[in-house]
Design a protein around this ligand. Structure first.
Ligand code: ATP
Ligand code: MG
Length: 363
């Protein structure tokens, strides 16, 4: 039984300092290094982004090991850190989670046995192929003799692919988290305080718009109540730029960030993309309110690379009529000497997962 609880990769580990947060996503490897600035404050020591070639990560799976590992190597070099220890994350789609009730006060072995029995029922793979972890969330809502336990399981194969990409580049993987948990951690500690009443008693929809996916996570009073993914992302804009202006992917990516495209870009390419992005967010909102007990969302927090598009928050707010902000988890942090101050606010929304992972490296 023991080998299933391969706690080398705790989904629910507490902090394990020092380490760097490493987000391996579709478009890039993103790294963040934080340190303690005393009294519970954090300092951003450094961050980096290194592009991953197209199709090296497909649906969250590593399909081009060498290309991904090269990107990890480059990101690590750009980060300029001597720290080797890393926290990685699995995409939430690769992790099966389930909440169960158990008798309170069980011994660790008895809990493990019960977790195994539960897992056996709902995991569609042989148990020796999966890595399981669990965490007691707290007392059961209606019964003081029981506790609520969250079980998370993922195929070992998915974990090993990511570990290999990082370790081939020279890193040492200490933590394997889940991307949505990392987002929630960064949101709770660094973004919620930018909302009225610090997000307390509020329903907040975090919309992370990356290269190919829109990841939606709704929190009520800082606890996740809903997640969903919609196929939509910035690569659609990149492709349109390529097609219109006859550019390569790399050229289009640079033009997107640095400008230099013909005048028609703004009105004929960017504006329509921003409109469809806003429509997509409105759709997500409608799916949420029509399929849950909640009938409204108090705030929208935009994250991911597409949140760096100027004034995208204004357009989303106009379309949805919900107060909208762009996530900057580094807003209240002090900055180390390696960090370029002007660039941080632009890069920050895409670094929310790496930031949440890096938090595991600070006591
Ligand atoms: N300053 C910017 N302006 C406009 N678009 C940007 C900017 N910075 C990044 N992007 C776009 O954001 C996308 C990458 O975002 P992000 O890094 O969040 O994606 P990802 O996490 O790799 O993808 P996914 O979440 O889909 O796996 C790319 O399409 C990129 O062109
Ligand atoms: Mg992403």
């Amino acid at each position: 039984m023991k080998e299933n609880f391969n706690l080398k990769f705790d989904f629910f580990n507490e902090s394990t300092p020092p380490l760097i947060g490493v987000d391996i996503s579709t478009s890039a490897v993103k790294m963040v290094e934080l340190s303690s600035a005393g009294k519970g404050a954090y300092r951003l020591e450094g961050y980096s982004v290194a592009a991953i070639p197209k199709d090296a990560i497909v649906d969250g799976n590593v399909s081009g090991l060498e290309q991904v590992s090269d990107a990890v190597k480059l990101a690590w070099k750009l980060l300029g850190s001597r720290e080797k220890r890393a926290a990685l994350a699995l995409p939430s789609a690769a992790v099966i989670t389930k909440k169960v009730l158990m008798t309170a006060g069980l011994r660790e072995e008895d809990m493990e046995a019960q977790v195994e029995a539960e897992a056996n029922q709902y995991i569609p793979f042989p148990l020796e192929e999966v890595n399981i972890d669990f965490q007691v969330i707290g007392p059961a809502p209606n019964n003081a003799d029981e506790v609520e336990v969250l079980i998370a399981a993922a195929r070992k194969e998915k974990i090993e692919d990511r570990v290999a990409a990082a370790e081939d580049a020279g890193l040492k993987v200490i933590v394997m988290d889940v991307d949505t948990y990392a987002t929630e951690a960064a949101y709770s500690s660094f973004v919620a305080n930018q909302l009225p009443n610090a997000g307390k008693d509020q329903t907040v929809m975090i919309v992370d718009i990356g290269a190919v996916m829109m990841h939606i996570n709704v929190l009520h009073d800082k606890v996740s109540v809903y997640t969903r993914e919609q196929a939509f992302g910035g690569s659609q804009l990149t492709q349109e730029i390529q097609r219109r202006f006859g550019l390569s992917v790399e050229e289009a990516e640079i033009a997107k960030r640095k400008g230099g495209l013909p005048d028609s870009y703004e009105s004929e390419v960017l504006q329509p993309f921003m409109q469809s992005l806003s429509t997509e967010v409105a759709r997500a909102l409608q799916f949420f309110t029509s399929s849950t007990q909640y009938n409204r969302v108090d705030h929208i927090v935009l994250a991911g690379g597409c949140a760096a598009i100027p004034a995208i928050d204004v357009m989303v707010q106009d379309r949805t009529q919900v107060n909208t902000i762009v996530a900057n988890p580094f807003q209240s942090m002090s900055l180390g000497p390696r960090v370029k101050q002007q660039q941080v606010a632009i890069d920050a929304p895409a670094l929310i997962i790496a930031c949440g992972l890096a938090m595991r490296g600070v006591d």
